[in-house]
Design a binder for this molecule. Structure first.
Ligand code: CO
Ligand code: CO
Ligand code: CO
Length: 325
């Protein structure tokens, strides 16, 4: 999406996080103690079960709030529905799935808006609250920080396999389970440890979101491929050309700033795979890594130490930000 240039509409003394750093959500200070965190996300169906789609869309929309270290408060739904070809019962299932996840998050649905649409679309605008001095952004990474990822990669490839009827029941179950899991526990662990920098891994893939974090923080990054959590069977699907168009586009974009070493094309696709409701990518002060992993575990979340942020370096060529090894 084209970024809006700086104008009165995009700058204000109380605007703490705006569109300038491509962060997960915008943050606006109400007073010294409270800031609003706002974000919106919606998409077309990615799984066959209507209720699961609703649950995934809600977990995905809430994720940006958790990535900022905030607590979700209220939600508004956005619906596009082909009223002539799909029943309202089915829409009811989608909305119920979404409501279930909002309930789990302690987030109150205030209302929403729906339009007639050729293709079903569903998502939510979420408002959360955070203390202005405890905001977690993608711009606060420091050289030496370890990078922790909280969900396996490959949901873009798996949802494409679902559309082509190539995904096993077990594979679908695992991916749906991960995509409907709130990043609330990961957010709570970050707040407890005092993490300053994080983002969630969604449509631009691991490298896309890591690249934005590195640019916003003025650092470079190293990813250790062998440490990445990956859904079983995903690399095999990628090798068989089961690749979402979005992940292909992501790879072209991230290739401009990534040195892939000897990673093959399937591995590169995985690193760029467009995720839905992916995990948090947390940059933690290295001495606090063990404490964060422990806090995550106490929240029922498995954190994977996948690499580190480094001093900004152009030794791999102009524009290089991320190195994979
Ligand atoms: Co995000
Ligand atoms: Co988002
Ligand atoms: Co953020």
């Amino acid at each position: 999406m084209r970024r809006l240039s700086n104008s009165a509409a995009t700058s204000h003394p109380d605007l703490l996080v705006g569109i300038g750093t491509a962060d997960d959500a915008g943050v606006y200070r109400l007073n010294d103690d409270v800031a609003l965190v706002q974000t919106v996300d919606y998409f077309t169906p990615i799984v066959d079960d209507a209720r699961d789609w609703g649950r995934i869309a809600a977990a995905n929309a809430l994720s940006d709030v958790y990535a900022m270290g905030a607590t979700p408060l209220t939600a508004l739904s956005i619906v596009g529905w082909p009223r002539d070809s799909l029943s309202f019962d089915l829409l009811g299932d989608v909305l119920e799935g979404g409501a279930d996840v909002l309930t789990e998050a302690g987030c109150t649905l205030l209302g929403g808006h729906s339009i007639d649409d050729k293709e079903p679309k569903y998502g939510l605008a979420i408002t959360g609250l955070v203390s202005p001095d405890r905001i977690i952004t993608n711009a606060a990474g420091r050289p030496g920080d370890r990078l922790i990822l909280t969900k396996p990669l490959g949901t873009g490839i798996i949802t494409t396999a679902i559309k082509r009827q190539l995904a096993s029941e077990e594979m679908i179950r695992g991916a749906v389970e991960a995509m409907t899991t709130l990043n609330a526990g990961a957010g709570a662990a970050m707040r407890r440890i005092g993490v300053a920098a994080a983002t969630d891994v969604t449509g631009f893939g691991l490298l896309g979101h890591l690249g934005e974090m590195a640019r916003a923080s003025g650092v470079s990054a190293v990813i250790e491929f062998s440490r990445l959590p990956v859904f079983e069977g995903v690399l095999e699907l990628a090798a068989a050309d089961v690749i979402p168009a979005g992940s292909q586009r992501n790879l072209q974009a991230v290739a401009r700033f990534t040195r892939f070493g000897d990673r093959n094309v399937s591995e590169q696709i995985l690193l760029a795979d467009a995720q839905t409701s992916g995990g948090l990518l947390i940059a933690v002060d290295a001495p606090l890594t063990a404490a964060l992993l422990q806090a995550l575990e106490e929240e029922g979340v498995t954190g994977h130490d996948i690499g580190e942020l480094t001093e900004r370096s152009f030794e791999d060529g102009p524009g290089s930000v991320v190195r994979v090894q």
